[in-house]
Design a protein around this ligand. Structure first.
Ligand code: SF4
Length: 341
């Protein structure tokens, strides 16, 4: 890809959604780095997986697979590459390692943590398990390998409601996202399903919890007819005011489904909204998105660094027993998810 081609794709990125203004000169520099990354991937039989939330030049440039956490877990499970470079956050790279124990998994982000994954430790889960011995433990995919290893099944924002429905036990502990947990309880109630769901109250996504329902009200009054789309990591008040609630991939499909031009207020991370602004120019995207500093710590330079000169800290190394137990938890998710197909 030439610098001019890259600039054409990035030039319309709204300034508040970019880490820096995309200029023709910057795109020329980026194109040189993308060419080098592609060459190194070929030489090392490596693939680059990128979450929608990482900087746009990675998504449009050297990424081989782009998606949300579920799709990327699935892509990771099918790859035949020797090395996986995971441009996202560490818990996602750990999932790729668990699914590919014999492959090298590299993390290019300089701060690849996640406020949700960091909110709970294996010790917290052990304490909960002794308190709720009869409950099925369901963890969000945004958890460390150690936490997954202690849980029965993990879920993503795409499949969480379906999996809750399919779990035969009516007693469930859900961790660590308390906001998503409340939204799932409400979604189950709306379907007439009653389960005893215990939530871990400490966890929230620092990006999605920031959206304010009063802000939605303002937009609906000043721009009547605005469609509000939100992620289930938002507060229940925001979800209640939304016209559509779904995971990253479900939000994309919803935007695709509108036949006529709309005013859209999309309450999620800026990376996804930027992609929508570029891919669906017929719609007007209003309001402000939020940035995840952890996802934005990924860069072309970081990818080049881990391919050219990785340090031990760049590679995901997990305890074999933890990997085996966490694999059981992830496989349970794939099994439940397949039940609906
Ligand atoms: S957007 Fe939220 S859940 Fe996703 S990585 Fe960032 S902090 Fe974690």
């Amino acid at each position: 890809m030439t610098g001019a081609e890259l600039y054409k794709k990035l030039a319309n990125t709204p300034l508040q959604m970019a880490m820096a203004p995309y200029t023709p000169e910057l795109c020329e520099e980026m194109a040189v780095k993308i060419t080098r990354i592609n060459q190194l991937k070929k030489e090392q039989n490596a693939v680059l997986l990128a979450h929608y939330y990482v900087p746009r030049e990675i998504v449009l440039g050297p990424a081989d697979f782009v998606g949300d956490s579920y799709k990327l877990s699935d892509d990771a499970s099918k790859t035949e590459a020797d090395t996986i470079v995971f441009a996202a956050v560490r818990f996602m790279a750990e999932t790729a390692k668990i699914l590919n124990p014999n492959k090298r998994v590299l993390v290019p982000g300089t701060d690849p943590s996640c406020s949700l994954a960091d909110s709970i430790t294996a010790k917290d889960v052990r304490e909960l398990k002794s308190q709720y011995p009869e409950h099925t433990f369901v963890c969000y995919i945004n958890t460390t390998a150690e936490v997954k290893a202690l849980c029965d099944v993990c879920v993503t924002s795409t499949n969480v409601v379906d999996i809750f429905e399919r779990i035969p036990n009516d007693k469930i502990v859900f961790l660590p996202d308390a906001l998503m947990g409340k939204n799932v309880i409400n979604a189950l109630k709306a379907k007439g399903i009653e389960k005893e769901v215990v939530l871990y109250e400490e966890g929230a996504c620092h990006v999605h919890e920031r959206f304010d329902y009063e802000f939605i009200d303002l937009f609906k009054k000043s721009l009547p007819g605005t469609q509000v789309l939100s992620h289930p990591e938002c507060t229940p008040e925001v979800v209640a005011q939304s016209d559509f609630v779904g995971s990253t991939s479900q939000i994309i499909n919803q935007v695709k489904s509108y036949d006529e031009a709309q005013n859209l207020l999309v309450l999620t991370e800026c990376g996804l909204v930027t992609g929508l602004v570029n891919d669906f120019p017929q719609h007007r995207f209003v309001g402000a998105c939020q940035m995840c500093q952890y996802m934005k710590s990924n860069s072309l330079d970081g990818i080049l660094r881990v391919l050219e000169n990785p340090t031990p800290a760049d590679e995901v190394i997990l305890d074999p027993q933890v990997m085996q137990d966490a694999r059981r938890c992830i496989d349970a998710m794939f099994k439940y998810a397949r039940q609906g197909k």
